[in-house]
Design a protein around this ligand. Structure first.
Ligand code: ASP
Ligand code: MG
Length: 473
């Protein structure tokens, strides 16, 4: 059966200027020629979400003096594009008026926050959602003006979530019903729904957001509940790269990557996809592609279910290298921990109480220490929580100390081929040793799709460059 339904998500830079919006519009046109049913999802214009959240944070400290300049920045950004691209005067003026009233609602919200002296997570979501609520009107009008039948619609009408503000979780059952009920009639009429990424609403209709960078996840959710045949994520790079091109100049785009590899990459710092994006599309068996709005003829990176030959894609064992910076290694150390059950549970309970997530854990079988990484900004509160929970063990000297390193980076090599290839860990550590990058801790997931090691912050580039040499070009 020919492919029917395509969901395309445009990231912030892909709708961030007149030029980008023109390119995005052409992409919608081309897609429409290939797929009878196309749904478009948009992020806020680049920089807008940060600006909105900063205004709310300032307001919470009673600072509202920069609001007029924020207002004019937002107006200029959206109006310039509207003026350039919407030829139909009525449509243009209506669109600008709607965007203007959203900007005024931002001002009201910030003033209210300033009066209260605090911004609740719920208020932060109301503020953050304004970015997508503006861009969806702009993009919807631009696409319409270019002769494509399209309708802007806010995803809060059909993505129904719990009330976990700033990181809300969709109720898939209700979301499926509502999404189909609202989008299918439009698609049947040949209309392209242009909808907001990032936002949903509680069953009572209060706006929520799915977390920073959550528009990718919105695309996956909408794609999986419709269901779509394909989900394409349009960004500003040619897909998933072998590493950060700012560190290694000859980093390359990977034509294909497996779901498990991209999950590791997204988790370990490659900012290509929101980590939550992968699961709904894998579960629904939907094709996912990451492509470049500014280089649309480049095939980008396709997500594939399984690697081809013997677990190896293109003969590659190591496929990509990532770095997460600004971490600290926290160690709990003491001979009295040997064979005592529950130490790890209490330790991670204490960490969880600080709402910190832990990207890497190691424990040697001697059980004399547990060591894990946390983001630098949370390290202090984690140490305090651990000292509190183990106060009596520290007093009795069963635990000698709880301490943390200076800033470190987690370097991860990823590749499904590692699962079937003995000796990869050996190569990795030899390579680091030969290049004199000192390894402070090591972890390998049981999936064997990645190996992570911790190095001092100053060794980050060195480690990434030397490990990137293991990738065969
Ligand atoms: N605009 C939101 C953010 O910046 C969501 C997204 O772009 O994916 O986090
Ligand atoms: Mg993004």
């Amino acid at each position: 059966m020919p492919k029917q339904t395509l969901v395309m998500k445009f990231g912030g830079t892909s709708v961030g200027s007149t030029d980008a919006l023109m390119k995005a519009t052409q992409i919608v046109k081309d897609a429409r020629a290939e797929y009878p049913r196309v749904v478009v999802i948009t992020s806020a214009m680049s920089g807008v979400t940060n600006l909105l959240l900063d205004s709310a944070a300032l307001a919470a400290n009673g600072k509202v003096d920069s609001l007029p300049s924020t207002e004019s920045t937002l107006r200029e950004k959206h109006f310039a594009a509207a003026d350039d691209l919407i030829k139909d005067e009525k449509l243009r003026e209506e669109t600008k008026a709607e965007i203007n009233s959203l900007i005024l609602s931002l001002v009201d919200l910030c003033k209210a926050i300033a009066v209260l002296g605090e911004a609740s997570p719920r208020a932060m979501d109301a503020v953050a959602s304004i970015g997508e609520r503006m861009s969806v009107r702009l993009l919807g009008a631009v696409v319409n003006d270019a002769g494509i039948k399209a309708k802007a619609i806010e995803s809060s009408e059909f993505i129904i979530t719990n009330a976990h503000y700033q990181s809300a979780h969709p109720d898939f059952k209700v979301t499926t019903e509502k999404t189909r009920a609202i989008l299918n009639p439009m698609l049947d009429d040949g209309i392209v729904p242009v909808t907001t990424g990032f936002i949903g609403a509680t069953p009572d209709g209060v706006i929520t957001t799915l977390g920073r960078g959550g528009s990718d996840y919105s695309a996956a959710v909408i794609g999986s509940v419709l269901p779509a045949d394909d989900v394409w994520i349009w960004t500003d790079v040619d897909g998933v790269m072998t590493t950060d091109p700012r560190i290694v100049k000859d980093a390359k785009t990977l034509p294909e990557i497996t779901y498990s590899e991209i999950a590791e990459l997204a988790y370990y710092g490659a900012k290509v996809l929101h980590p939550k994006t992968i699961r709904p599309v894998v579960d629904a068996g939907i094709g996912l592609r990451i492509c470049n709005t500014f280089n649309p003829t480049h095939p980008g990176t396709r997500l594939i279910a399984n690697a081809k030959v013997n677990g190896k894609v293109d003969g590659q064992v190591v496929k990509a290298v990532t770095a997460i910076r600004n971490q600290r290694l926290v160690t709990i150390e003491g001979r009295g921990m040997l064979g005592v059950p529950g130490v790890a549970a209490r330790a991670f309970g204490a960490v969880a109480s600080t709402k910190t997530s832990v990207p890497l854990i190691t424990q040697a079988s001697s059980e004399q220490s547990i060591c894990f990484a946390v983001p630098s900004e949370s390290a202090e509160s984690v140490i305090n929580a651990l000292q509190a929970v183990f106060a009596s063990e520290i007093e009795d000297e069963d635990i000698d100390r709880v301490w943390m390193t200076e800033n470190v980076s987690i370097i991860t090599v990823v590749g499904v081929g590692m699962r079937h290839t003995p000796g990869v860990a050996g190569q990795v550590f030899t390579q680091l040793g030969n290049n004199k990058a000192n390894v402070l801790a090591i972890a390998q997931g049981s999936s064997e799709v990645s190996i992570s090691m911790v190095v001092a912050a100053a060794d980050t580039e060195l480690a990434v460059r030397s490990l990137h040499e293991l990738i065969v070009h």
